[in-house]
Design a protein around this ligand. Structure first.
Ligand code: 5GP
Ligand code: ZN
Length: 144
């Protein structure tokens, strides 16, 4: 249950307006209100989960499956779409603004002006030892 007001809970429950493109018993997908490009969609689980760690894994898999279908539909819809970004911001530091998990499906075209901004250390190629150490730490975390 959401601790406080949640706009995406309201939307999937029909208590707030949205322009839907898809709905089933586990997820709904609708137009982003402030699109990066025309056709920008959000796939949203019906059950509130603030972050990825709270999300039922089967629902997460389904969310991705629906995102993939929608990416295909965008390409056939007449919306300007030369490519698609699937994007999920998990946590404020990653750019999450709405604390209810959602997958962005963003139609892209050359010159649309959207893109990631890289940090000052980007371009630095770590030594293999360093990559191996980090990989080992992540493998260990996976075991727990
Ligand atoms: P985030 O930064 O959390 O990954 O993305 C939140 C997204 O939700 C933004 O792209 C924003 O435009 C969209 N959004 C925020 N409020 C609403 C709303 O009330 N309706 C819809 N359809 N989209 C919303
Ligand atoms: Zn919610």
């Amino acid at each position: 249950m959401p601790a406080a007001f949640c706009i995406f809970c309201d939307i999937v429950q029909g208590k707030a307006p949205a322009s839907f493109v898809y709905a089933d018993d586990r997820v709904a997908a609708f137009m982003d209100i402030q699109p990066v490009n025309a056709g920008h969609l959000l796939v949203v689980p019906r059950a509130h989960a603030s972050h990825l760690a709270d999300l039922d894994p089967h629902t997460g898999g389904h969310m991705f499956r629906v995102g993939r279908e929608l990416a295909g539909a965008l390409g056939a819809s007449g919306v300007r779409c030369e490519g698609v970004n699937l994007f999920l911001a998990d946590g404020e530091a990653a750019g999450q603004e709405v604390a209810h998990v959602h997958l962005h499906v963003i139609p892209r075209f050359r010159g649309d002006g959207f893109g990631f901004r890289f940090g000052p250390d980007y371009g630095f190629v770590p030594k293999r030892d360093n990559l191996d150490q980090t990989a080992a730490a992540i493998r260990k975390a996976l075991e727990n």
